[in-house]
Design a protein around this ligand. Structure first.
Ligand code: PLP
Length: 201
């Protein structure tokens, strides 16, 4: 990035969901800041605060000099005014309350650890069940990937069959939301994937 003079723009939509620790998940951004980059970070609180649909997040601008802050700020205000007029406030107020109250902030950090642990448990459980069913193929990638989603490797045709015949919904490229798996549905999901993979080999 430095060699080619690129301007970094980070899309941070799942902070805390990869490792369970917001600081560890911010490693890449801090590395760039430490190396002297100016950069932008688009941060979403949709997932890590469960504020889907509230359009809650923020844009961080890291500048080398505090003198440029008024200019950056006025440009962002102009863009925001022209595109969305007024940002929705409800979710932002909830996020600000959690981030500014030490007790709520601690609780939020702990619930993120729970959430990322649960996701990891579900990844391992899905992999183990597919292995136990001897579903054709290798499934280690399901537990090796990190974060809320998993690329299963299922084809568009297999995804269509899962959607139409088993009512399992995922994106056409085979990406599933691991957060949607739980102890009540995981057997059904594994058995359905097994049946569809077998019928197409
Ligand atoms: C990588 C990534 N960036 C951004 C978003 C959007 O976040 P928001 O819903 O806060 O606009 C998502 C998910 O919806 C995402 O997966």
């Amino acid at each position: 990035m430095a060699e080619r003079g690129h301007f970094p723009f980070f899309d941070c939509a799942y902070q805390g969901f990869a490792t369970g620790d917001v600081d560890r998940d911010a490693y890449a951004i801090r590395l760039f800041v430490d190396r002297g980059f100016e950069l932008l970070v688009a941060e979403s609180f949709a997932k890590n605060m469960g504020l889907y649909g509230e359009r809650t997040g923020c844009l961080h601008a890291v500048c080398k000099s505090s003198e440029v802050i008024p200019q950056v700020s006025s440009q962002l205000n102009r863009l925001s005014r022209a595109t969305i007029s007024t940002a929705s406030a409800y979710g932002a107020k909830l996020a600000a309350t959690v981030l500014q109250d030490p007790r709520l902030y601690e609780e939020w950090l702990l619930s993120m650890q729970d959430m990322s642990r649960r996701i990891k448990t579900m990844r391992d459980a899905l992999r183990d069940k597919l292995v136990a069913l001897a579903t054709p193929g290798s499934w280690d990638h399901v537990s090796q990937q990190i974060g809320m989603f998993s690329f299963t490797g299922l084809s568009k045709q297999q995804v269509d069959t899962l959607r139409n015949q088993y009512h399992l919904y995922m994106t056409d490229d085979g990406r599933i939301s691991v957060a949607g798996l739980n102890s009540h549905n995981i057997d059904y999901v594994a058995q359905s994937i097994d049946a569809v993979v077998r019928s197409s080999v």
